[in-house]
Unconditional design. Structure first.
Length: 460
């Protein structure tokens, strides 16, 4: 059993009259997961579903737990800004446990429908259990200072900050480097603000029908709302894992932007007899591409670095082979392809609404290593493409260094490539999604993750 699922008992009675703290089970669980994510590199989208699956929480408690964890992770930058105003020493020097308990408390006070007295008392009880009496007293004092003002009152001075990067960073709880990265592309702080806003709005699960196994109409019949651009998707509230069509692997869960990358790539490579997904990851695009390949009688291969994730990919690509290995060494298999898709490792800035901790985990320093890796994977991909074949470079990031800047570098390092315009392969109703011959989606405009796709042809 995971450490974060174990019940902690850090406070020992000092006298017979001592009353043991009684934090509620939901908040205790969320504190443990928050600690795992913030302090030990865990992933909330994996840990929370695992924890809820073995819990006996009612539907209402499950919803509260989800909102508390994901919301706290998204907004903890703004919570920290408020908390820095009321402590007499640097906030980063405060005990990590106090920091995370306070973030949970502030989130309940300002972002959830929890009465002030309930938010304070429940958070203090949690602190008594996981931190001890003396630290709980400190937590109590801080929470009462926070609750003395409304969120609007706390934010009033922020609206007066002249630097738009700093102001928006605090108001919408994003690191400044991400705000700057958005502006570098959008050149309009009003549009930047829209992106920051939408990143803080939880996204409904999006299902994908796999051709030959299920249809979009089946997803709609289950209560889903058809995706606007993808012919395979539907948005559906609730838990996808509870659906028989998902459990039996006839359909999957995949953001519409990711579906579009697979669909557009498939349309651009209709004449290809063999396709390689060189960075299959958890298998979303590989699943859709493999089913499209199967229905159009094409060969398909997926490659994944991690053995455990390769097993997940194999479970959804059926008869097609899954290789396990470093994408940069793909040529060692001695096989060439008509088309290769590389959804390369990236900062993930295009999916911040789905992966709330990523905004705090990634730094601008990560870019150098990632962009170098992206170029190495691109070089390896091109080496196994037949002359006349297609290379698709995709990222779940709008950052210039990982998108348009990288297109220039790919062309410079691979003179045998020429970029081809993605426009003819896009859905006819998809507007404002191209720039410099590439597909560049924006969450606030298209309602998808901010996916990027550039297409290249290897000269004959």
């Amino acid at each position: 059993m995971h450490d974060w699922l174990q019940v902690r008992n850090l406070v020992k009675p000092r006298r017979d009259t001592f009353q043991k703290p009684k934090p509620d089970a939901v908040r205790s669980l969320i504190f443990d997961i928050l600690t795992e994510v913030n302090r030990r590199g865990g992933y909330s989208n994996l840990l929370l579903p695992q924890a809820l699956a073995v819990s006996e929480f009612e539907v209402r408690d499950r919803g509260f737990a989800t909102e508390l964890l994901y919301g706290t992770l998204r907004m903890q930058g703004r919570h920290d800004y408020i908390l820095r105003q009321i402590v007499d020493r640097p906030w980063d020097d405060i005990d990590e446990g106090i920091i995370d308990v306070m973030r949970l408390g502030v989130h309940q006070l300002h972002e959830m429908r929890v009465a002030t007295h309930a938010a304070v008392s429940a958070t203090v009880e949690l602190a008594r259990k996981v931190l001890g009496e003396s630290k709980a007293s400190f937590v109590n004092a801080l929470l009462r200072k926070v609750s003395a003002q409304t969120l609007d009152e706390w934010m009033a001075p922020v609206h007066e900050i002249q630097d738009p990067v700093t102001r928006l960073s605090i108001l919408y709880s994003h690191p400044e480097w991400i705000v700057s990265a958005y502006f570098d592309l959008l050149k309009d702080f009003d549009r930047v603000e829209l992106e920051l806003q939408i990143n803080n709005v939880p996204a409904l699960p999006t299902l994908v029908a796999w051709p030959g196994a299920s249809t979009q109409e089946e997803l709609i019949a289950l209560g889903g709302e058809a995706t606007k651009y993808s012919p395979y998707g539907a948005r559906l509230a609730g838990s996808p894992g509870a659906l028989e069509i998902i459990r039996h692997r006839r359909a999957g869960v995949q953001d519409e932007g990711s579906q579009l990358v697979a669909e557009v790539f498939a349309q651009a490579t209709m004449s290809a007899h063999s396709i390689l997904d060189i960075c299959a990851g958890p298998g979303g695009k590989a699943a859709l591409l493999s089913h499209i390949a199967n229905t159009t009688e094409r060969d398909f291969v997926a490659n994944e670095l991690s053995q455990p994730r390769a097993k997940l990919v194999k479970a959804v690509v059926g008869k097609f082979p899954v290789w396990v290995g470093d994408a940069r060494e793909i040529a060692s298999h001695g096989q060439k392809f008509d088309a290769v898709l590389a959804d390369v490792p990236c900062t993930g800035l295009g999916a911040l609404r789905r992966r709330p901790e990523v905004r705090w985990r990634r730094t601008v320093q990560d870019l150098r290593a990632l962009t170098e890796l992206q170029l190495e994977i691109s070089k390896a991909s091109v080496s196994v493409i037949y002359p006349g074949g297609i290379y698709g470079y995709a990222t779940c990031s709008p950052h210039f260094a990982e998108t348009f800047g990288q297109v220039k570098m790919i062309l410079k390092q691979n003179p045998e490539l020429e970029q081809i315009d993605v426009s003819p392969f896009l859905p006819t109703n998809l507007q404002g999604a191209t720039r410099d011959m590439s597909m560049a989606l924006w969450t606030s405009q298209h309602g998808t993750d901010s996916m990027f796709l550039a297409l290249f042809r290897k000269k004959a």
